[in-house]
Design a protein around this ligand. Structure first.
Ligand code: C2O
Ligand code: CU
Length: 465
């Protein structure tokens, strides 16, 4: 396991308990005077979940799938008490938030895992508004159900929408645990991979066909129904909490105006559908038509879909197998997006360029960064107050949605127009460079958000020294 991750760093590494992290936290409190205290409790425990009449074993927060929405304003003092009633140690990670390092929730990197029967209070200030999420960072725990939406509102920017649909997409195992699937992958029992080729972008987007794909914890047979009135503007917050599944999402009868990705604004762009990798978020605004409409999330390359209903008027619900015409055109991807002026990083030559070469050995089911399978790793070292370019190069045949903790990078482009992201799909054979301003000292994991790939080693540490 990851027990030795910290020890491999040099003595000079700025760890979660370093004075620099306290200084960062103090600066955040000064930056946001008068933040309200906001308290949540998340009890992680074994539980059953009812999927269209079938009980299936799960690990849940507060017995809900997904867990409760955690919501606060920018600058609030958020305290979340996590009670661990699982049989195993766990942590909670606040995906996408640039918070103090010691609250980042990565076992053996930013904290000791919370032992079974114990608890831990996460205490942080969300610095940026937007759509985020939280999830366990324990080994292959996420796919059992330990995830939920995390919404940060900006009290200074009034909502320009009438209705809000928080849409958490996931893949769900009914007959096995993620650990059992991982053992099958490791044992080569899935080695004759069924065709998982993405119709949208090519390459294999996942390793595993799931029995069912969920929208807000509901199966297509018993879908969640979002209600609003015709003519209202709805903000749809899409979150891909899946372990191994990228989704292509459309709302039948509507065009989506994409306004944000990974919590940060983009120049609004209209599209029929969006492609969302594991860990990513897309926010879209739609003006709702009158009727009943399918919200479809196609599991790329897997021949099945998640399904929900948007209802503004009378009429029968569409069939859960419906394929809206909006899904025939190519989906919007990160290449179609530009950061708004205010969200851009200034154009600067990077002081440091770091390579993260993504590799794998399919026979061993080992996935690597720079030839090492985590927890083996050579840290990518940086100093504070630098512009760093982190170059992810995918030398494998599969997609890897690469995520960096503690920062929202800019997808590198010559003109500085690249959207701000914390998770970005790197397609087979491709390179994506992430420009980062090193303003948040600590030890930060960067990893593939395919949970099997993370478990098989596709991670390293972005290390302030
Ligand atoms: Cu959303 Cu390290 O994860
Ligand atoms: Cu991967």
């Amino acid at each position: 396991t990851a027990a030795c991750a910290r020890n491999e760093n040099t003595e000079a590494a700025i760890g979660p308990d370093s004075p620099q992290v306290r200084t960062f936290a103090e600066a955040e409190s000064r930056r946001f005077p008068g933040g309200r205290p906001v308290a949540y409790e998340l009890t992680a425990a074994q539980s059953d979940v009812d999927l269209a009449g079938t009980r299936t074993a799960a690990w849940l927060y507060n017995t809900q799938l997904p867990g409760p929405v955690v919501r606060a304003n920018v600058g609030d003092r958020v305290q979340v008490r996590c009670r661990n009633q699982l049989p195993d140690p766990t942590t909670v990670h606040w995906h996408g938030l640039a918070i103090r390092n010691d609250m980042d929730g990565v076992p053996d990197v930013t904290q000791a895992p919370i032992p079974a029967g114990d608890e831990f209070v996460y205490d942080f200030i969300p610095p940026d508004p937007g759509t985020y999420w939280y999830h366990t960072h324990g080994d292959l725990q996420r796919g059992r159900g330990l995830y939920g939406a995390l919404i940060v509102d900006d009290p200074a920017a009034p909502a320009n929408y009438d209705a809000e649909f928080v849409v958490v997409l996931s893949d769900w195992l009914t007959d096995r645990t993620p650990t059992q699937v991982f053992d099958e992958l490791r044992g080569g029992r899935m080695a004759s991979m069924p065709d998982m080729t993405s119709a949208a972008l090519g390459g294999d987007a996942g390793d595993v066909r799931y029995p069912v794909y969920l929208v807000n914890g509901r199966t297509p047979a018993d879908p969640v129904v979002f209600t609003a009135r015709a003519g209202q503007r709805a903000r749809i917050r899409l979150i891909n909490a899946g372990d191994d599944t990228a989704f292509r999402v459309a709302l039948g009868g509507h065009r989506l105006t994409v306004t944000d990705t990974d919590g940060f604004p983009v120049e609004p762009v209209d599209t029929d559908s969006v492609l969302i990798g594991m860990g990513e978020r897309y926010d879209a605004v739609v003006t709702l038509q009158d009727g009943v409409f399918p919200l479809v999330a196609v599991a790329e390359g897997k021949g099945a879909q998640g399904f929900a209903v948007v209802r503004t008027g009378g009429g029968a619900a569409p069939a859960p197998t419906v394929m809206p015409a909006e899904l025939t055109a190519p989906p919007l991807t990160v290449a179609d997006l530009q950061a708004t002026e205010a969200a851009r990083l200034p154009v600067l030559d990077p002081a440091v360029t770091l390579e993260a070469s993504l590799g794998g050995d399919m026979n061993a089911y080992s996935w690597t960064v720079n030839g090492q399978a985590y927890p083996d790793h050579t840290p990518l070292t940086v100093h504070s107050d630098q512009r760093v370019r982190l170059v992810y190069t995918n030398k494998t045949m599969m997609w890897h949605p690469m995520h960096l903790h503690g920062h929202t990078f800019a997808v590198a482009r010559m003109d500085g127009s690249g959207p701000r992201k914390d998770t970005v799909i790197v397609l087979p054979g491709q390179t994506v460079a992430a420009d980062i301003d090193t303003t948040n000292p600590g030890q930060w994991i960067t990893h593939c958000h395919n949970d099997y790939h993370l478990a098989a080693g596709m991670a390293t540490i972005f290390s302030y020294v």
